[in-house]
Ligand binder design. Structure first.
Ligand SMILES: Nc1ncnc2c1ncn2[C@@H]1O[C@H](COP(=O)(O)OP(=O)(O)OP(=O)(O)O)[C@@H](O)[C@H]1O
Length: 258
C-alpha cells in the first residue's frame, strides 16, 4: 500500500467541514480518479494528502510516512492546478530544478540531471520545447512542463490536480496514456482530480466521488454509474460500452440537469 488516508477531516472555518472521515488506500500500480462538483473539496483533499494543509483530525501516509505541513515528501510528485504565471526559466531548467529542490539549495544540477530531464521531456512529448523560456509557453504546454518536473524525482505517488484543464483533445489522450504508462512502467500510484468521467473510466482503477455529506469510493465501474452521476453531480447521463482495439470502453453522455 503506497497511500493511506485514515479518518481524514478538514475544515477551513470552524464548524464548516469540507472533508469528513475520509478513509481509503491506494496500492502501487493503481490510479484513483477523484471527482465531484466544483468547490466540493477535491483540491483540499489533495492538499491534505501532500501536506500543504494539515488534517484537523485523522492522518494520511505516503509509503508509510505521515504527511506534515512544511515537509515536502520526496516520494510525492505533485502537480497543482495550472495557473498561467511568469517563469523566466527555460523548460529544461524548470524540470531540473524540480530535482535540485529536494537537495541542498547550494547544489547545482549536473549533466546527468539534464540528461534525465531530456529523457522525461521526450516521454511527456515536449522535448522540442526544452530550450524555450517558460514565459513563451501556452497554458497546456506549461502544464506538461510541470508534469515532467514532478516526474524527475521518481515519485512513488503522483498527484495531479486537473492536469487536462488546458489541453486540446490530442494532448488529453496523450496525457492519460502517459499517466497510465508512467504508473505501470514504474509501479507507482497516482491520484488525479478530474472533471472528465470518460478519462476516469479509461485509466482509473478506482474512483472517489466526493459529495456534500458523504463520499463513495471503489472500483471505477462500480462507482461511475448513471445513478451515482445523478446523485453526485445532479445530471442525467447515459453510459454506453463499445470495443476499441481489444479494449472494452465505457463512456458517458450527459443528457440534462436534474
Ligand atoms: N484557502 C481557503 N480558505 C477558505 N476556504 C477555502 C479555501 N480554499 C478553498 N476553500 C473552500 O473550500 C471548498 C472546497 O474547495 P476546493 O478547492 O477543495 O474545491 P474543488 O472540489 O477542488 O473545486 P473545483 O472543482 O472548482 O476546483 C470551497 O467551498 C472553497 O470555497
Amino acid at each position: 500500500m503506497i497511500l493511506e488516508v485514515y479518518n481524514g477531516c478538514f475544515e477551513y472555518t470552524q464548524g464548516q467541514p469540507v472533508l469528513q472521515n475520509i478513509a481509503f488506500h491506494l496500492d502501487c500500480g493503481q490510479i484513483m480518479a477523484v471527482m465531484g462538483r466544483n468547490g466540493i473539496g477535491k483540491t483540499t483533499l489533495i492538499k491534505c494528502i501532500v501536506g500543504i494543509l494539515k488534517w484537523n483530525r485523522g492522518y494520511s501516509t505516503v509509503d508509510g510516512v505521515r504527511s506534515q505541513v512544511g515537509k515536502p515528501m520526496k516520494s510525492v510528485g505533485y502537480v497543482p492546478q495550472a495557473h498561467k504565471v511568469s517563469f523566466s526559466y527555460s523548460v529544461r531548467d524548470m524540470v531540473v530544478f524540480g530535482k535540485v529542490g529536494h537537495q541542498s539549495y547550494l547544489a547545482a544540477p549536473g549533466d546527468s540531471d539534464y540528461a534525465l530531464a531530456d529523457q522525461i521531456l521526450d516521454k511527456v512529448g515536449i522535448y522540442d520545447l526544452r530550450n524555450h523560456s517558460c514565459n513563451e509557453l501556452s497554458g497546456g504546454q506549461l502544464q506538461l512542463v510541470f508534469i515532467a518536473r514532478a516526474l524527475i524525482n521518481s515519485p512513488k505517488l503522483l498527484v495531479l490536480d486537473e492536469p487536462e484543464a488546458h489541453l486540446d483533445f490530442r494532448n488529453q489522450i496523450r496525457l492519460i496514456k502517459l499517466i497510465k504508462n508512467v504508473v505501470s512502467d514504474n509501479n507507482i500510484a497516482c491520484i488525479i482530480n478530474t472533471h472528465y468521467p470518460n478519462h476516469a473510466l479509461r485509466i482509473a482503477d478506482k474512483c472517489f466521488l466526493l459529495g456534500e455529506q458523504d463520499y463513495i469510493e471503489g472500483r471505477t465501474l462500480q462507482i461511475m454509474t448513471d445513478d451515482n452521476i445523478q446523485k453526485y453531480f445532479g445530471v442525467y447521463s447515459h453510459a454506453y460500452q463499445f470495443r476499441y482495439k481489444d479494449e472494452n470502453i465505457t463512456a458517458f453522455t450527459f443528457l440534462d440537469e436534474v
